[in-house]
Write a protein that binds this ligand. Structure first.
Ligand code: FAD
Ligand code: MG
Length: 358
């Protein structure tokens, strides 16, 4: 080969290498990040755009896993909740997990968990007891999600409800749940995961993100609209939606009776329990979707509103400046004022009754 041709080949090869390297660089720097994984016994997915998308995405999955294992899960003995439950009826100084948690990027996990419990107490009061974080024993009795679901006797229900209406005592950095009770943060854990994801996104150079943790979704990013589907509660498919909400940045949580249930003697029993009766809530609703700024609140309120029913939920939503979409067992869709223009219902079998106020 002549010298000139060699130079041309060399330049071409170099160009290909440069292009390949820069492509590699984009992937490595990670301007787009998409991933999903199973955490908190549900699917967690992230779709992030921005310079640090890859690194913050990885950090988010790590943080949610830490949250589950070190703080929130009642199924893990060495989590903070596990530690509190092991000492029901006695003051607990949360210590076990904090040492290993220091490896993570969390400032003060003890104050985090105490703050979460304290917010749960407030929500419990504000919802007139419809939201109750002490129903772990009751859930276990029904066996939701265990494969051993059954309808318990009245006496069994009465026995596990004992103590659940008493307060949780927080004294400095000590906490005490009532004797006989089990702390269960299943109704708020996914929303808390969204809040933690938001903190990480805020500290990184990220333009926009959608983080979905089971029924709770964080929509992050200024100056853009997001389309969020609301699942059809009557469809057997886990992905079929009956409506779409067009929203700017916020948190959205849905609680539905379709999520965990079983049938016995022709009656369907679901996992959202009325703390007053010990039976699945029968407010005439099949799902409630709550939209607000905070993941903890959207998750807690969707559970509380499911128990309260439409009318009794309105003052609670107003207090927290939250909006909601309710679906009844007759396929009626009730929407609070703030969401009327954002909601579009795509299935004719649903009847929208909007402008109901809040
Ligand atoms: P939501 O409406 O948000 O909450 C319903 C859940 O909250 C119920 O399942 C019950 O746990 C509780 N609850 C019921 N009624 C009330 C009420 N009136 N007030 C307050 N709370 C109520 N599931 C497993 O099977 N195995 C696991 O190992 C496991 N680990 C988990 C770890 C974490 C950190 C979290 C957050 C959840 C975990 N779960 C696990 C799932 C959990 O037990 C619930 O089933 C799940 O959180 C239900 O979420 P949801 O969004 O469908 O319902
Ligand atoms: Mg909830």
């Amino acid at each position: 080969m002549k010298k000139g041709k060699w130079i041309t080949v060399a330049v071409c090869v170099a160009a290909v290498v440069v292009i390949a390297l820069s492509a590699f660089d984009v992937i490595k720097v990670g301007r787009e990040y998409k991933n999903s994984s199973v955490l908190m016994n549900t699917t967690v997915s992230a779709d992030i755009s921005g310079t640090q998308a890859q690194s913050v995405g990885e950090e988010i999955f790590k943080r949610i896993s830490q949250l589950e294992n070190k703080l929130l899960s009642r199924h893990i003995e060495l989590s903070a909740v596990g530690e509190i439950n092991a000492c029901a009826g006695q003051e607990t100084v949360i210590t076990l997990f904090s040492q290993s948690y220091e490896e993570g990027n969390v400032d003060d996990p003890v104050s985090d968990i105490l703050n979460i419990i304290s917010r749960c107490q407030t929500l419990r009061q504000d919802s007139g007891g419809a939201f109750n974080p002490l129903l772990g024993r009751l859930s276990d009795l029904w066996g939701f999600g265990t494969g051993n679901e059954r309808v318990p006797s009245e006496n069994e229900i009465k026995s596990v409800l004992n103590g659940t209406d008493e307060p949780i005592e927080i004294n400095g950095r000590k906490v005490k749940i009532p004797t006989n009770t089990v702390l269960d943060l299943g109704a708020v854990g996914k929303g808390i995961a969204c809040d933690e994801a938001k903190k990480l996104l805020e500290s990184a150079k990220v333009k926009s993100a959608v983080i979905s943790v089971g029924g709770s979704v964080l929509l992050y990013g200024e100056d853009r609209q997001f389309e969020v589907g609301i699942r059809d509660p009557f469809s057997q498919s886990g992905t079929d939606c009956f409506a779409t909400l067009s929203l700017s940045a916020c948190c959205v949580s849905t609680s539905g009776s379709y999520e965990r249930n079983f049938e016995f003697d022709g009656i369907t029993y679901h996992h959202i329990l009325n703390p007053k009766t010990g039976y699945p809530a029968d407010s005439g609703l099949v799902s409630v979707t709550v939209v607000c700024e905070d993941g903890f609140l959207s998750d807690a309120l969707s559970t509380a509103c499911f128990v309260l029913g439409y009318e009794d939920s309105l003052p609670l939503l107003k207090k927290y400046n939250a909006e909601a979409v309710f679906v009844t067992d007759e396929k009626k869709v009730l929407v609070t004022d703030g969401l009327c223009d954002s909601l579009s219902v795509e299935k004719d079998s649903f009847t929208v009754i909007d402008g109901q106020g809040k």
